[in-house]
Design a protein around this ligand. Structure first.
Ligand SMILES: Nc1ncnc2c1ncn2[C@@H]1O[C@H](COP(=O)(O)OP(=O)(O)OP(=O)(O)O)[C@@H](O)[C@H]1O
Length: 253
């Protein structure tokens, strides 16, 4: 396994009085894709949102335990959450470009984080991010057009480019292909495969086929418990726990 980028210990999450996650512990390596799988409501998205503190924005949600990014406690009171969310980017189920131009969708983050000293530097970040997201050739002649006018698959790659533009270390993806057709899905999966060379990617997916295609490691959640995590091929061919076995063989889910 590559060196650990994100480490969680004893993580529990409560929505009001209801506990949604129980003592989750996992190490997530850099430069690879880790998939979170499990039946609906098992807590995959809840745990994903702990990693960039998106749960802070949900009223009544409480997180206990420890999560570190490169060894640093992300729940430390002195930590700047805005900076954390740049280091740990997020891509959602439904593509959500800003109602602005393609250029502005990418330039917004680097500008507010002060990553470009002048227009040329900003142009460079926009181009590099769009190239990394495999979109540059498709959009270079229409950077001033609205991001919302692109196809769904292009919009999702735009959102990935937007996450990349602020130089994150981790990219969280919550079912990033669930609103896409098979061709757009294949493109996003191809992109995820390329991005893993440089980023720690964590993807929540309902599709076991997708987890098998894109991830090197898989974590299986069930009823708020992280049942087991390990190399994807072990989880799919030789799981240790009966619950994992039942899920991957389609007995429930
Ligand atoms: N904002 C919220 N307020 C209250 N309960 C919530 C909230 N979000 C999630 N939950 C509950 O927490 C549990 C875990 O939900 P979560 O969305 O993390 O599961 P999931 O595995 O991602 O599900 P799915 O695959 O359906 O997206 C569920 O019982 C859900 O109802």
């Amino acid at each position: 396994m590559n060196p650990v980028r994100v480490s969680a210990k004893d993580v529990s999450v409560f929505y009001g009085a209801k506990q949604a996650l129980f003592d989750v512990a996992i190490d997530i390596p850099e430069r690879s894709v880790t998939a979170f799988i499990g039946p609906s409501g098992c807590g995959k998205s809840t745990f994903l949102r702990c990693i960039n503190r998106m749960n802070d924005t949900i009223d009544g949600c409480r997180v206990t335990g420890d999560i570190t990014l490169d060894g640093r406690d992300i729940y430390d009171r002195t930590l700047d959450v805005v900076e954390l969310r740049a280091r740990v980017g997020m891509v959602f189920q439904k593509p959500n470009p800003f109602p602005k131009s393609i250029y502005e969708n990418i330039a917004y983050g680097p500008r507010i984080h002060g990553l470009a000293s002048n227009k040329a530097a900003l142009d460079e970040i926009v181009e590099t991010s769009l190239r990394k997201a495999g979109l540059w050739n498709e959009v270079k002649d229409r950077l001033d057009e609205p991001g919302t006018g692109m196809s769904g698959g292009q919009q999702q790659r735009l959102c990935i480019a937007r996450a990349i533009a602020v130089s994150p270390e981790v990219i969280l993806m919550d079912e990033p292909c669930s609103a896409l057709d098979p061709i757009a899905t294949a493109k996003v999966e191809e992109l995820i495969d390329e991005l893993k060379e440089n980023y720690c990617i964590i993807i929540v997916t309902h599709s076991m086929q997708q987890a098998a295609r894109v991830s090197q490691r898989t974590a299986f959640f069930h009823l708020g418990i992280l049942v087991e995590a390990g190399p994807t091929e072990h989880i799919f061919t030789n799981p240790k726990d009966e619950r994992t076995h039942d899920y991957i063989t389609g007995r429930f889910g």
